[in-house]
Design a protein around this ligand. Structure first.
Ligand SMILES: Nc1ncnc2c1ncn2[C@@H]1O[C@H](COP(=O)(O)OP(=O)(O)O)[C@@H](O)[C@H]1O
Ligand SMILES: [Mg+2]
Length: 148
């Protein structure tokens, strides 16, 4: 958990790179991209089916779902997230999530992770995961500044 540019994706990718070298089957997905692939599979002309997209997501020993809560939380998005995360939960499979949302909002207009993904899903993830909070400046801002 943490704001933009603190290295969440970098760390999640580093974790699975290390595990892949040890022969563990791992999969990385930006959550929004996964949801989009599932939606596209509903198209009658699609070359793929929902199950084909989801099989590796269900089977990977370690799955990274990057950017949890970033997709606009429609009913379909929430149901589909629940379906995926619940399947991993039931199989006791390890999942690494990253998110820009936190459990406490800094001011009133802020949304919490629970606001974004719903109470039931937040509750599942409490049991599945240990929280790692990362604080820091946006590393990407360095790219825009003059060299010192
Ligand atoms: N430990 C690190 N060493 C070097 N560069 C890093 C490290 N962590 C993050 N970065 C770089 O900082 C930028 C932001 O990291 P990223 O993981 O994309 O942040 P987040 O996912 O938290 O928004 C990227 O360009 C990334 O390559
Ligand atoms: Mg990221």
């Amino acid at each position: 958990m943490g704001p933009c540019g603190v290295g969440k994706t970098h760390l999640a990718a580093a974790i699975i790179r290390g595990l892949i070298e040890k022969g563990v089957t791992c999969l990385f997905y930006e959550f929004g991209a996964l949801l989009k692939q599932i939606q596209e599979s509903y198209n009658t002309l699609a070359q793929t089916s929902e199950l084909k997209v989801l099989a590796p997501v269900y089977e990977a020993e370690v799955l990274v779902l990057d950017e949890l809560g970033a997709s606009k939380p429609t009913d379909w998005v929430r149901d589909t997230m629940m379906q995926i995360i619940n399947a991993r939960y039931n199989d006791r499979k390890l999942t690494v999530f990253t998110t820009n949302y936190t459990d406490e909002c800094r001011d009133q207009k802020d949304e919490t992770l629970e606001d974004r993904i719903g109470m039931r899903l937040r509750s599942r993830i409490y049991e599945m995961c240990r929280t790692v909070s990362i604080e820091g400046d946006d590393y990407r801002k360095r790219f825009g500044s003059e060299p010192s």
